[in-house]
Design a protein around this ligand. Structure first.
Ligand SMILES: NC(=O)C1=CN([C@@H]2O[C@H](COP(=O)(O)OP(=O)(O)OC[C@H]3O[C@@H](n4cnc5c(N)ncnc54)[C@H](OP(=O)(O)O)[C@@H]3O)[C@@H](O)[C@H]2O)C=CC1
Ligand SMILES: N[C@@H](CCC(=O)OP(=O)(O)O)C(=O)O
Length: 421
């Protein structure tokens, strides 16, 4: 079948399914999500076997350990995916909510009602839990979804999507509410971006290549789950002893994710703390890429660091590498962030409330923290149950996209045969 015909079919089926889901009541959607959890549990051994095949193929293709870890499922991870569905089940259903209501002087009662977007297309990395998270959030908000996961996870995704589709059928709902693009040809990604007749929103989670592709090709509104060049500023008035575990958490806990720390900006008055910071990070395997001044300081203490250039600070490391730069004050830190940030997550470490307030006001990223790790930018951590992506753009949704980000509203006007005067 031609690519365009295949995609048109997916689009038509998704659109038709979206009508069946749009007005489904909260109890029916809760039952559906529970059925998905049950179906995943029943299919456990098949899912893990399929994942084993994906992992073997990925190893043979030379994927690094971090990427294999992202792809890998095991009993515990599958249990966590199933348990996370229960969290979403327990969240309030936003669909049907009256956002506000008022009576106009002419007698017309106006309100806004929260409704599903319709059909959502998501392009994402080779991470199987994301397949379930997106499907569950989309279904809970009455949306149909077309999924295009990373090519390395195709076997696992087929099994996961299959389980979800069986659950839909068992609940008397159209299986096509969740469809997986099962062909890794990237031409299908291009085609999906142009399926404006059937798809209401595209969410691309990925790197700069994907971002550029969407900007150039998409004929559908896009909400970008973009790269995270994340910063932390260690202020002159920070308690270094308390700050260090937070810096380590942001850099080391999971270095391959978008909310991991990329650049540490250090106030010059904290220069004496650099060897301690550098030593602790190096002991954890972190490679430092430092500006000339901080590199000299580190080198005097016997800690090796590469010399940073402009490109270093524009890099999302996605690994155990950290940029370090000395700055003269909070405003220089803010200026650096404005220049290099991708608008994802930034943090300040300080005991000065005024400096903290200034940073919060002046840094305009999706998530801005005081004395906390950038790693918190995550739907689960924010109490949203899960996330479709972490939006790095400003319109419609920002930061972790949970249930509400998959909805829109419509105006309702109830009159008494009321005409405009
Ligand atoms: N903000 C957020 O919500 C998130 C952001 N990210 C960011 O994603 C990046 C890492 O993930 P990674 O897997 O490497 O991302 P990639 O951008 O390489 O891949 C993500 C998805 O996009 C597809 N894709 C990428 N480029 C193209 C292209 N030119 N044409 C068609 N399809 C394309 C991939 O397909 P294929 O399978 O063929 O490679 C894959 O399905 C990091 O920058 C990270 O910060 C990751 C997760 C969440
Ligand atoms: N939600 C994630 C971060 C986003 C994510 O999934 O990133 P990636 O590992 O690049 O697919 C977390 O902090 O756990």
């Amino acid at each position: 079948m031609m690519i365009s015909e295949y995609l048109k079919g997916l689009g038509q089926q998704a659109r038709a399914a979206s009508f069946s889901l749009a007005n489904l009541g909260a109890p029916a959607k809760r039952a559906l999500l529970q059925a998905i959890a049950a179906e995943l549990a029943v299919s456990r051994s098949d899912i893990l076997a399929a994942n084993g095949r994906d992992v073997t193929a990925a190893r043979a293709a030379g994927l690094n350990d971090a990427m294999i870890d992202r792809l890998l499922l095991n009993e515990a991870r599958l249990d966590a995916i199933i348990a996370d569905i229960a969290t979403v089940v327990a969240l309030p259903d936003p669909i049907g909510e009256e956002i506000d209501s008022r009576l106009l002087d002419n007698g017309l009662r106006l309100s806004r009602r929260r409704v599903p977007l319709g059909v959502i297309g998501v392009i994402y990395e080779a991470r199987p839990n994301v397949t379930v998270e997106i499907a569950v959030l989309a279904l809970k908000t009455g949306n149909a979804v077309i999924l295009r996961g990373g090519k390395e996870t195709i076997e696992t995704n087929l099994l996961l999507a299959g389980a979800i589709r069986r659950a839909l059928q068992s609940e008397g709902l159209p299986a096509d509410a969740v469809q997986l693009i099962d062909n890794p040809d990237r031409a299908l990604v291009n085609g999906l971006l142009r399926l404006d007749r059937y798809v209401d929103m595209i969410v691309p989670r990925g790197g700069q290549g994907l971002q550029r592709l969407c900007a150039e090709q998409a004929t559908i509104p896009v909400i970008l789950g973009g790269i995270g060049i994340c910063h932390m500023y260690l202020d002159s008035q920070a308690d270094v002893g308390r700050a260090l575990p937070v810096i380590i958490n942001a850099k080391v806990q999971r270095p391959t994710v978008c909310n991991a720390l990329d650049t540490l900006l250090v106030h010059r008055k904290q220069v004496a703390s650099l060897p301690r910071i550098g030593r602790e990070l190096a002991a954890l395997g972190v490679k430092l890429v430092a500006c000339a001044d901080s590199r000299a300081q580190l080198s005097d203490a016997g800690i090796g660091a590469e010399l940073a250039d402009d490109d270093s600070f524009a890099t999302e490391w996605l690994s155990l590498t950290l940029g370090i730069k000395l700055v003269s004050d909070v405003d220089e830190a803010i200026e650096h962030i404005r220049r290099y940030s991708s608008g994802h997550s930034e943090a300040i470490l300080t005991d000065n409330v005024h400096t903290a307030g200034h940073f919060l006001n002046e840094v305009n990223s999706a998530a801005v923290y005081v004395n906390a790790s950038t790693r918190f930018t995550d739907g689960g951590q924010f109490g949203l149950g899960a996330e479709v992506a972490v939006s790095t753009q400003k319109l419609h949704a920002r930061g972790p996209m949970g249930l509400e980000a998959l909805t829109t509203y419509k105006w309702l006007g109830i009159g008494d045969y009321t005409s405009r005067g």
